[in-house]
Design a binder for this molecule. Sequence first.
Ligand SMILES: [Fe+2]
Length: 425
Amino acid sequence: MMICVFAALLGAAMFGPYIQNVTDTGGLVVWEGEDLSPVVRAVVAPNGEFALKADTVRVGDDDRVRVRLAVRGVEPGSHVRGHLLDTDSTIVPLSSFSFTTPDPDAAVRFLYFGDSGSCSGTQRTLSRLINKLDADFAAHAGDVIYPSGERKRYDECFLAMYRPMLSRTPFFPVIGNHDIRTSDAAPYLEIFDLPIVKGIPENHRERYYSFRWGPIFWLALDSNDALEMRDTQCSDGREVSDKNRYETVKNISLELREESHQYRWLVKELASAPAECWIVINLHAPPLSTTYHESYCGLYKALQAASLEAGRKIDIVISGHEHDYQRSWPIRMDVPGDQNDPASKKGRGESWPMEFDAAEGTFFIVSGGGGGRKMFRPSPDEGVAWIARGEKKNHVMQFFVDDRSILLQSIDSREVLLDQVRIVR
Ligand SMILES: [Fe+2]
């Protein structure tokens, strides 16, 4: 089903549109600029009915306003398209947008990158590839804006940088440690409209959330308070230094300790996730890493405990924080503290991509090579037992997911494939 939306606006300076919070019945189209009018001029709905509602809020002290156009009541699998028109010239659209609502029975393609928001040359180079790739949605590992999640830097280092991708790809980030440094992530929470899940306290809203997209059940976590709960001794025998304890402990508790609200919520979500879905967890800090920050073993143990308590296997844990790429062998999380001993180092068949049975374990991926200014040392250490592939390169990932399989790929800015793996069930 295709739906067309036309909206008119005044003035040419604009950021966006970008697509947010798409569900199987609609989504939000957001843009910002000076003196924008959210007047809807024309609506074409070839198939069925839907509702449009726009709200406008003033941003900051100047003439800047932010418009959120809600498209509601569409059917799953609908392709929604629209054009933003300048009232002086209604012939050539200033900008266009599109998105497709999830269909529970359709295959899904999603993009993933992180640690991007430095406005560096490397971010810009990689953004050309990100803007070329088509996907149903995109997710981000956090550290959307360096150095401190400043509101004014979102224009250049995020909204303008990824404009083509953001105008056609619903975007689901998690909060990085740099994003919370301005007013406890107030700019991040203003820019993004993320799923608001029932039962989450008001001051935790949009900091962690879940959604279903076709065969995927997605869990986005806030790992920032967890940065303070790292163990000094990981069970893989590596001594973790104290060099990166953070100053950014927040005044609201978002720990992943037993009895914390986020942890209890995670267990509940895992226990009630649809049985037919793949479970993907996105969080900023890496539970397993061989590079600069090293493993956040407290997070590993929290995810392991939640998975055991809920009786639900996690298929993929993906994070950033390290400015590189690391991918594990399948890890048996049901064996306590056993990340030193991967379930398997043998894929099926000789050909690339290596193929694994989903039952073999959980894949841990670090994908924080989105263009942060510094490429951290040391290089990923493939000598550590759990790591299968490491690359110190800027990259973006794409995942092709259906009921039976996940194909994941890591691609560098020159469009060279760094890694690919197929997980089947
Ligand atoms: Fe970070």
